[in-house]
Design a protein around this ligand. Structure first.
Ligand code: HEC
Length: 312
């Protein structure tokens, strides 16, 4: 028996090894088998070993029964006695105890003398109480859990292991981040709008300009009904914030529509940046300058304001 166990243990340890090795992505795969196949061989081996173990146990049980029968016969007992010995009559049902007693597997005090174990040290005796039922249920549930876990996560691959779960969460976070950023970009207004050189922004702005602004400001923003947007002269300010404000609210009295309703804040910001990028492009047939001369550079603009503030 001891040899059998040792052999079983060795076989198990040997068979499990490829499965655990295949799980480690850092190990180079020198074998011809893929990690999956190795895993399945490993799991198969475990199941096989367990089944073998149960079969061996059943065979042993059978052997013991046969041996007992032979010994009893040898002792001169009759067939009926032997049967009675091997298959003890079922104990009469004990009265239904409370749930609490059942859970703790408590036996009534009257049975105590049956439970006494036959050893005694200095008058201290021990009762052979059964393991409490709650503990056994817990124990069985861990076995069920383990089998379910193995099947769900390793054999059928329904559930996600930590690594896959981590990747999924990172992907989800990336999507959430993208959503958040696009919403944040949409929260821009005339006070927070920033001058940017991002080609994606300018391309988006150009598309909007072609579609909605060019009928009045000209294909190249050279001006027609509306003013030239490429020169140094501005009626309502040439800073990015001014442009945003003009585009957003429009100049109703002078024929510049408000775009607040048709364009999102992000789109207004894009087209404002596009208009800024057109400065100094000197398109053909420009409209005559309108408004006051300003530098295009927001930085210079700020400096100019600072200087004039200092002078005053
Ligand atoms: C219906 C014609 C029309 C359309 C369409 C139009 N605009 Fe205008 N826009 C005007 C007029 C007219 C003015 C001049 C307002 C004034 O005289 O105060 C103007 C002024 C402006 C100004 C201010 C210029 C300055 O000198 O301060 C900007 C910037 C501007 N428009 C951008 C746009 C953008 C961007 C779009 C497209 C989203 C657009 N406009 C669409 C007619 C239009």
């Amino acid at each position: 028996m001891r040899y059998l166990r040792a052999i079983l243990f060795l076989a198990l340890a040997f068979l499990i090894q490829p499965a655990s090795a295949a799980n480690d992505p850092s190990l180079d795969d020198h074998s011809l088998l893929t990690a999956d196949v190795q895993n399945y061989i490993g799991y198969g081996a475990i199941v096989f070993a367990l089944v073998l173990f149960i079969v061996v146990m059943l065979v042993l049980l059978r052997t013991f029964k046969v041996l007992t029968r032979i010994i009893l016969k040898y002792e001169g007992q009759t067939e009926e006695q032997i049967i009675a010995e091997l298959k003890p009559a079922k104990k009469e049902k004990k009265p239904k105890g409370e749930v609490w007693n059942k859970l703790l597997s408590l036996r009534p005090l009257s049975e105590e003398k049956d439970l006494l174990i036959e050893h005694e040290y200095d008058g201290i005796q021990e009762l052979d109480n059964p393991t409490p039922a709650w503990f056994m249920y817990l124990f069985y549930s861990t076995i069920v859990f383990a089998v379910a876990y193995l099947l769900i996560y390793h054999v059928f691959g329904v559930g996600q292991l930590q690594y896959a779960e981590y990747n999924t969460e990172v992907a989800q976070a990336a999507i959430a981040k993208k959503e958040f950023l696009s919403k944040a970009a949409n929260r821009v207004d005339e006070n927070t709008v920033k001058l940017v050189n991002d080609p994606a922004v300018l391309a988006s702005g150009q598309a909007i300009f072609k579609q909605t602004c060019s009928p009045c400001h000209g294909e190249h923003a050279q001006g027609s009904v509306g003013p030239n947007l490429t020169d140094d002269y501005w009626l309502h300010g040439g800073k990015i914030n001014d442009l945003f404000k003009t585009i957003k609210y429009g100049v109703a009295a002078k024929g510049m529509p408000t775009w607040e309703k048709q364009l999102s804040p992000k789109q207004i910001s894009d087209v404002a940046n596009y208009v800024k990028s057109l400065h100094g492009t000197n398109p053909p047939n420009p409209k005559e300058p309108q408004g006051t001369k300003e530098t295009d550079d927001d930085g210079k603009q700020v400096k100019k304001e600072l200087v004039s503030a200092l002078v005053k």
